[in-house]
Design a protein around this ligand. Structure first.
Ligand code: MF3
Ligand code: CO
Length: 259
């Protein structure tokens, strides 16, 4: 098993905190009229200015520093000039960093201007489900306990959990064992051990859990065209409470100041 020392977790925290800061930079400038390409450019510059390397750029050939996924795009939307954000959109911004060979990876779904109440609720519930999952990410529990907590919560609102994409371990590679599904059964799956570092990333759909992949080989959309939300945090498994390596405090503050 791929356990990290406290020292290694401190390095991963540096990567993760920089992801949080980068997402806060995005929070400052996200608004109607901006292209997803522009957001990507700002993120890449910010990451490099902070002495890090964008974690996603060239990963398996991925062509950008952020994944920017609007409305019915679930994940892995590729930033481009022609995707302009509109009032009422929801936008998952997923960001990765590398410092000294260690990876940071986290995501936040932003609201652009005024968003319809039922879509606001999808975001709120998805974010809450991530926190419920994190509560279960303690030594002695199993991976299925995380998925169960997320799934039962979101399904109680009539939402569905994407099955085709899952969270993951992370370290010197962006994706390491174990997989962290956002669905599951209590007491099932790999046992969580202190020193594991994982990314929990619920992808929650308003309609069907089914997704489709576009011809670009990256963009994943909901099969029914209904909206999808995505929040991701990188955490270290500890004895009684997960050590969360990123926080949304700065992002939340910027969003609050804007409104
Ligand atoms: N957070 C996403 C994941 O865990 C990052 C995608 S990275 C990409 O899959 F570079 F492949 F797009
Ligand atoms: Co991830």
């Amino acid at each position: 098993m791929n356990l990290k020392t406290d020292q290694e977790i401190a390095l991963l925290e540096k990567c993760s905190l920089l992801v949080g800061k980068t997402l806060a930079e995005i929070a400052k400038i996200i608004r109607p009229g901006v292209s997803t390409k522009h957001l990507d450019k700002i993120a890449e510059e910010f990451i490099r200015d902070n002495g890090a390397i964008p974690g996603f750029l060239n990963y398996n050939g991925y062509p950008a520093s952020l994944c920017i996924s609007v409305n019915d795009t679930v994940v892995h939307g590729i930033p481009d000039e022609k995707t302009i954000l509109n009032e009422g959109d929801i936008v998952s911004v997923d960001c990765g960093t590398i410092i000294d060979g260690w990876y940071g990876d986290s995501a936040f779904t932003f609201e652009v201007g005024e968003v319809a109440p039922e879509i606001k609720q999808l975001l709120k519930v998805t974010r809450e489900s991530l926190e419920l999952g994190i509560e279960k990410a303690v030594a002695g529990n199993r991976v299925g306990d995380i998925g169960y907590a997320i799934q039962t919560y979101v399904e109680s609102f009539g939402y569905s959990v994407v099955r085709d994409l899952v969270g993951h371990g992370i370290g010197r590679n962006m994706h390491e064992a174990p997989e962290i599904p956002n669905y599951g059964r209590r007491g099932n799956g790999v046992k969580l051990v202190e020193g594991m570092v994982i990314c929990i990333e619920p992808m929650i759909n308003m309609g069907t859990f089914r997704v489709k992949m576009l011809n670009d080989g990256w963009t994943v959309k909901t099969a029914d065209g209904k909206p999808s939300a995505h929040f991701e945090k990188q955490i270290a498994v500890r004895k009684n409470k997960a050590e969360v390596l990123i926080n949304y405090d700065e992002i939340d503050k910027i969003i609050k100041d804007k409104s």
